[in-house]
Write a protein that binds this ligand. Structure first.
Ligand code: BG6
Length: 507
């Protein structure tokens, strides 16, 4: 975290974080380990409490023990008795059925008692770590019981996980319900990719380095590739994934957010709205896909069975809760253009998929090559300069450039300079949720999506999704084997332009 501890003192952090879905997977895998690491890094306020809400009948000790096991399993920092003791005393468990509106009065009394005990001053974070069909019910429950009411002090914030709607229409409907109760600047729509260190580093790399920013345009950049490749399949989430597919699961949110940070103009300052406004302009400038462009520039895929790391894995259609004739895409590759002065003519290639041969999330900026007048005259290949921003698994920045091979008279080879953030000297990097929870507490919404960004992303995604439904009979699924890098057509998409995907070039 780059913000100094001292700075926190100026924020009114004292608060209660209420987690709906306190016994769920997200809470155990991500939220509690993140809260533990915030305790570890001494980034939680002095007057703070966590109220986990669940339907299960269990005592506080049992709940705390379960949280302990999860932290033990998932936290990046090992459990230290002192920090665990501190976190443990912050945790409360309340058994209510949040679909029953009459239960919210119990919650209200419970929170008021904690306010008195812990001096949390009435400030609240309501974290909806539940399935999206419950969002409206919970927000209504909070509203009717006056739990959500906020006239500035004490503050009330709503944190909402994706999916934010399943298309533009449902997203608008949901948003209208939320803004009846919470103000836009009190709604924190999570896109956990924005909490990743390297995503935050995009702006620093671009706007703190004259060498990059002065070349960051269509005159010097040949193409930009963004890929979020996964080795995992859908696991137990087949039910959810069937209603989502890769477009809704990864492209509409994570990829569009990354794209907007990579392509945006410098904001006038670093305030939340200045940054979000520049990001929005990028999404709005994405060239509209005509039917021809959709056919030529979008590739869908679905994995068949295959081998990953020596283990045979099932086809998507054999996964739990997935019908055997499913037409859901587990892979998308597409080429798009951003029609503004900075980017016109420079293609952006995007790819994401499950059960691919490599797990890697990267942004690769390929600079234009020089004319082969002095060097590379007789060679077909001139390795281009590449700037590789590696989001995961290893976090780092790499720059590829050409240099002389010292052992020969004239050979030239491409080498890489690298900064790797997972090195022992720099320690392990914070998890996305640590940063995001911390930002909610201090009221900084920069790393969350504003409604108009979500809306513009749906307008973009819906066109592609509608095309998918219209033409899905054409897709011959499964069309890639698990353990490969996707369908042949995804390779052809770049080959047609005389280019190739830069897979794992960061090493
Ligand atoms: C989630 C998607 O938003 O992101 C998952 O729903 C996906 O399907 C996950 O696996 C990837 O996140 P990460 O942080 O593991 O790269």
């Amino acid at each position: 975290m780059y913000i100094e501890n001292e700075a926190f003192k100026h924020y009114r952090l004292s608060s209660i974080m209420v987690i709906f879905g306190g016994t769920g997977d997200l809470t155990h895998r991500k939220l509690m380990p993140a809260l533990y690491n915030l305790v570890y890094d001494q980034l939680l306020p002095e007057h703070f409490a966590i109220v986990s809400i669940g339907r299960k009948d269990m005592g506080l000790e049992q709940y705390r023990n379960e949280v302990f096991s999860s932290i033990n399993k998932y936290s990046r920092n090992k459990i230290d008795e002192t920090y665990w003791a501190r976190l443990k005393e912050l945790i409360y468990y309340l058994q209510i059925d949040f679909t029953d509106q009459s239960e919210y009065s119990k919650l209200k009394v419970f929170l008021e008692n904690i306010d008195i005990k812990v001096q949390t001053q009435g400030n609240r974070v309501f974290y909806l770590a539940v399935a999206p069909e419950f969002f409206e019910t919970i927000v209504q429950g909070l509203h009717k019981s006056d739990l959500a009411e906020s006239k500035g002090t004490p503050w009330k914030r709503l944190v909402i996980e994706k999916p934010f709607g399943k298309d533009l229409v449902t997203a608008r409907k949901l948003n209208n319900k939320l803004i009846e109760v919470f103000k836009e600047n009190s709604i924190y729509r999570i896109d956990h990719y924005l909490g990743k260190e390297m995503i935050q580093n995009i702006m620093v790399l671009r706007f703190c380095n004259s060498v990059f920013e002065s070349l960051w345009n269509n005159k010097f950049i040949d193409n930009i590739q963004i890929f979020l490749n996964e080795k995992d399949g859908v696991g137990t989430r087949g039910g959810y994934y069937e209603s989502s597919g890769a477009m809704r699961d990864m492209v509409q949110n994570h990829i569009i957010q990354i794209l907007s940070l990579v392509a945006m103009e410098p904001p006038v300052n670093l305030k939340t709205d200045a940054i979000r406004t520049e990001k929005l302009k990028v999404i709005q400038a994405i060239e509209e896909f005509t039917p021809e462009l959709l056919r030529d520039n979008v590739v869908f895929g679905q994995y068949g069975k295959g081998v990953i790391d020596g283990t045979t894995v099932k086809a998507y259609r054999e996964e739990e809760k997935v019908p055997e004739n499913s037409r859901t895409e587990t892979f998308v590759a597409l080429k798009l253009h951003i029609n503004n002065f900075r980017w016109a003519g420079t293609p952006f290639y995007i790819r994401t998929g499950k059960r691919l041969g490599a797990k890697s999330a990267e942004i690769v900026v390929q600079f234009k090559s020089l004319p082969k007048i002095l060097y590379f005259k007789d060679q077909n290949v001139q390795e281009p300069n590449l700037l590789i921003i590696r989001i995961q698994p290893n976090v780092g920045v790499f720059f590829q450039f050409n240099t002389k091979d010292f052992s020969t008279y004239h050979d030239i080879f491409a080498t890489k300079m690298e900064t790797s953030y997972n090195s022992p000297t720099l320690g392990n990097t914070p998890e996305a949720y640590e940063r995001l929870i911390f930002d909610v507490l201090r009221g900084d919404a920069t790393l969350f999506s504003r409604w108009d960004e979500v809306e513009a992303s749906w307008i973009f995604a819906d066109r592609i999704i509608e095309f998918k439904y219209r033409e899905q009979k054409r897709f011959n699924y499964p069309n890639y084997e698990a353990g490969t890098m996707g369908p042949v057509k995804a390779f052809e998409l770049l080959a047609r332009d005389g280019r190739e995907w830069w897979n794992n070039i960061g090493g």
